[in-house]
Design a protein around this ligand. Sequence first.
Ligand code: C5P
Length: 239
Amino acid sequence: MAAAALARESNPADPRLIVPLDVPTAEEARALVARIGEAVSFYKVGLELFATDGMALARELKRGGKQVFLDWKLHDIPTTVQRAAAALSGSGCDFLTVHGEPQVMAAAVKGRGASGLKILAVTVLTSLTDQDLTEMGYAEGARALVERRIRQAIAAGCDGVVASPHEAALARTLGGPEFLVVTPGVRPDWSARNDQARASTPAEALNAGASHIVCGRPITAAEDPHAAALRVAAEMAQA
Ligand code: C5P
């Protein structure tokens, strides 16, 4: 049997599937990871866990052979962002998010240096409407600002962006084949929408150009998270 097929057999996880650990404590996160088992190889650790034991948990996941996405959306003066990215680059973690402002993105890329830490830009938070942007002093609406920031992320040397499935095609076109396009807002047909109003299915997101999907509650809130993760991975394989 070929090496790739052997690896798939011993580890059925699709490396393009990222599950967010949106729980308040490291104990709950560990329990969730244990229930999901070998069905998922990539986890997102966000601000909620960051506020408690996030970094310790991230290192633990890395020791356990998982990939780790630090979704901390850094936003500060360049020196601070550069130093934070440099400090995090020693953790062995895989993805780190920063806000999509040119100074911030360039500083993060400089800070991670030659490490394997990939820098992803958050272009425009999906919670912001055109009206919010006007109130904040921006002259253009969300769609135009997303495009501007994707271009600026590429110019700053970022490895990719976080984009809704609806922006994935634009990010793929602008960024080219190697660019990372990580899309939350993914819902299989068989799961509840929750608060994701404009969700796409896993296959739709991948077909639109996503390199990775973030899919949380359809897996984490399922009665059997392991089975739900395998079901999502099977759908991804059909894309
Ligand atoms: O459970 P669900 O699949 O909705 O989780 C999606 C994850 O992606 C959450 O961690 C959420 O914070 C994050 N996210 C999102 N929408 C964005 C950006 C990030 O849902 N626009």
